[in-house]
Design a protein around this ligand. Structure first.
Ligand code: ADP
Length: 706
């Protein structure tokens, strides 16, 4: 059986085999790589790798008694034991003693298939030898067998060369194999990762597919603007079937070429700039109607747009309509709010402005921002603050309570204008959360009201005047009636006297002195009538405006003296005294006035003084004060009650109802005097006390000839 002994093998072969063993041990990373040789049912360690933990030495021999290699030789098959200790067939193996529990071995034969031995590797820990490791071992097995064949067939020298070449290629192989193993490992890991990823991806693909199917948004893929994939939602949106759209140009979905071009340009521009593109566009449905669509796209491969883009399409037609309706309603609201004459306001419960409509600018000069957030009381007139605050407080007591008040509101130019504020309590309303209302400018109305008030007051005053005038007229009427009654009495009395005495005078036997008496009485009565008639004529002239003033130089001292002389006898006949007071020299009292009228007034005063006095003195005098001359007639007669002092200058008025015969008069004298005084530019007046006497006076402007 044995072809040659250990010594038959050339050294070069042995060297090479040793290298193989070392190489195997190194590559597979085990303590022992052995080339075993068998002879006479003996196993011998022929070559043993030179590794540190290797317990086998070349030349170690053992009999066949259940060795790993024995089995390999007998079976002529690979033997692979992962862990001897766990394998019942091998747990008694002698190699366990050496600590070797894992084994991989292959038979090595001579060319005629006679066994040479084995090539095997052993590990001191559990080990599963990979397929690649097994292939490596197989490769060396073949190398050994080739060596054995060479040793038989080739001369020694040639075979040495070949062996050298083999060793070289084995070294190369080792390097390649190491790389190969590393690659295998990487591939293995990558494969595991791939499987995992694929599983996740399959799961997520399934999820995606379900989302894709049921998504309420259109989803699809477009390549070179051709529709490649779409979900059912796109069909619903457009009214086309899948078949009608797939592989069609997207142009089919656009109402115009420019819509189509715009989307193409804009979308790809955005994709280029930021990786995704979003465009709002219009789509043409199969039925010809147009919908608004929001498109969002992203390329499948950012580096290669030709792979296409995925897109989502959202039908925003309704949203657009709603937006438009909202915009329209907002615009209408703004126009309404800006064009009405009132400012719309919202004030919160603390009185802070929340909203002022834009027309606050045109109406009051303020900008919205200048008021919003500020207290609404900042621009209310201080005098109206308390009432305004009270108004708001009252409204806040009850939801939906509504009220109106008026305050003065400050415009931006600082001027206050009256506004009418109408507010409704909407604090409970979540939109308003305060008081909603309006500012209505009522300044014009206020002005009109003020004007009306003034006019009303004027009217009232006029009315009062009218009433007074009416009362006066009534009084005057009454006085006229009394005057007429009086007049008839006044005229009839002297008339009766005259006629009566004339009758008596007809008596032939009447004594001469009696005749004289009666004639004197007739004369007196005649004078009285003349006086009355003169008074009536005078007042009539005044009333008719016929009585004119004749201003000329008049000597007041002279006038007084003349009056004195004229009335002295009459006064003294009543056992009274008449005196005069002339404080100024005659030349100083020659003034520019109507002397006849001054005399008429004086005469009237003195006549009255005589008429209404029975005792004491009557004094005629004057005084000068500044540019005024005051002429008076003072008596110590019956006096005039206070309540009548204001009316005695009225026409037809008689101060007392209890006149005796001598005091009878028409009640015209003082009113004629008053009219004359006023014509001369002066004033008339009286001071009097009942029982003590009266002072009648009038003033004249002290005008001397220049
Ligand atoms: P008559 O004397 O004719 O009644 P007058 O106009 O002169 O009219 O005077 C008006 C009234 O004023 C008189 O009726 C009389 O009551 C009062 N009166 C005028 N002068 C005096 C006087 N000196 N003393 C008291 N009463 C007077």
């Amino acid at each position: 059986m044995t072809k040659f002994s250990l010594t038959n093998i050339p050294d070069s072969f042995l060297k090479k085999w040793q290298e193989i063993a070392d190489l195997v041990a190194g590559i597979i990373n085990i303590p022992a790589a052995l080339i075993m040789r068998t002879e006479n049912e003996m196993m011998e360690v022929f070559i043993s790798s030179q590794s540190a933990e290797n317990p086998y030495n070349p030349g170690d021999k053992d009999h066949w008694h259940g060795l790993y290699c024995e089995t390999v030789i007998k079976t002529q098959k690979k033997l692979h034991i992962q862990n001897t200790l766990k394998d019942k067939n091998w747990d008694k193996n002698p190699d366990i003693k050496l600590g070797m529990i894992a084994y991989l071995g292959l038979p090595v034969n001579f060319p005629d298939q006679q066994p040479f031995g084995t090539i095997c590797v052993l590990d001191n820990k559990e080990r599963v030898f990979s397929h690649e490791e097994e292939k490596l071992l197989c490769h060396f097995k073949k190398a050994l067998e080739l060596d054995l064949a060479l040793m038989e067939s080739l001369p020694k020298e040639e075979s040495t060369d070949i062996i050298q070449k083999l060793i070289k290629s084995a070294k190369k192989y080792r390097a390649i194999n190491q790389e190969y193993l590393a690659t295998i490992q990487e591939l293995k890991e990558a494969n595991e990762e791939l499987i995992k990823t694929r599983r996740i991806s399959e799961e997520s693909d399934e999820k995606m597919r379900s989302i894709y199917r049921v998504a309420p948004t259109g989803i699809g893929i477009v390549t070179h603007r051709k529709i490649k994939k779409i979900n059912p939602c796109i069909c619903e949106m457009t009214g086309y079937s899948m078949d009608e759209l797939i592989d069609k140009d997207t142009r089919i979905l656009y109402p115009t070429q420019s819509d189509y071009d715009f989307v193409g340009k804009e979308k790809y521009r955005q994709i280029r700039d930021k990786g995704t593109g979003g465009v709002e566009t219009r789509w043409l449905r199969k039925d010809g109607s147009i919908i608004n669509v929001l498109l969002a796209s992203t390329p499948i491969d950012v580096n290669d747009y030709s792979k296409g883009v995925t897109f989502t399409a959202l039908d925003i037609t309704q949203r657009k309509r709603t937006e438009k309706a909202l915009r329209t309603s907002e615009a209408i609201k703004n126009k309404m709010v800006s064009n009405i004459g009132d400012v719309i306001v919202i004030i919160d419960k603390n009185g802070v402005n929340q909203y002022k409509s834009p027309n606050i600018t045109s109406l009051f000069g303020w900008n919205q921002e200048e008021l919003v957030g500020k207290s609404s009381w900042d621009h209310v007139h201080p005098e109206d603050l308390a009432a305004g605050k009270q108004f708001l407080q009252n409204l806040s007591k009850e939801p939906n309570a509504k009220g109106t008040t008026e305050v003065r509101f400050m415009r931006k130019d600082g001027k206050y204008v009256w506004i009418e504020i109408t507010l409704v309590n909407l604090i409970h309303d979540t939109d308003i959360n305060g008081f909603l209302g309006n500012y209505h400018n009522v300044s014009e109305r206020k002005k009109v009201e003020q004007l009306l008030k003034e006019k009303n007051e004027e009217l009232q005053a006029a009315n009062n005047e009218l009433m007074t005038a009416k009362e006066k007229a009534e009084e005057s009427d009454r006085l006229k009636s009394s005057f007429l009654a009086n007049m008839s009495h006044e005229i009839r009395t002297p008339m009766n006297g005259i006629l009566g005495f004339v009758d008596i005078l007809k008596e032939p036997e009447l004594a001469g002195n009696q005749q004289q008496d009666y004639l004197a009485l007739i004369e007196k009565s005649g004078n009285r009538m003349l006086n009355i008639i003169n008074d009536i004529i005078d007042i009539s002239k005044i009333e008719a405006g016929l009585n004119t003033v004749n201003i000329r130089e008049s000597n007041i001292n002279e006038l007084i003296e003349y009056t004195y002389t004229f009335f002295k006898p009459e006064v003294e006949s009543k056992a009274m005294t008449l005196s005069i007071k002339k404080p100024l020299a005659t030349k100083e009292v020659v003034i520019q006035t109507d002397g006849d009228k001054v005399y008429a007034i004086l005469t009237n005063f003195v006549k009255n003084a005589i008429k209404y006095s029975d005792k004491g003195t009557i004094e005629i005098g004057y005084s000068k004060s500044g540019e005024t001359l005051k002429i008076y007639v003072k008596d110590s007669g019956i006096g005039i009650p206070k309540e009548r002092l204001n009316t005695i200058f009225e026409r037809f008025f008689q101060g007392s109802d209890h006149h005796n015969v001598d005091q009878q008069g028409a009640g015209l004298g003082l009113s004629i005097s008053k009219a004359y005084v006023e014509m001369l530019g002066g004033k008339i007046g009286v001071e009097s006390e009942v029982g003590k006497g009266s002072v009648f006076y009038f003033t004249l402007p002290y005008k001397v000839k220049p």
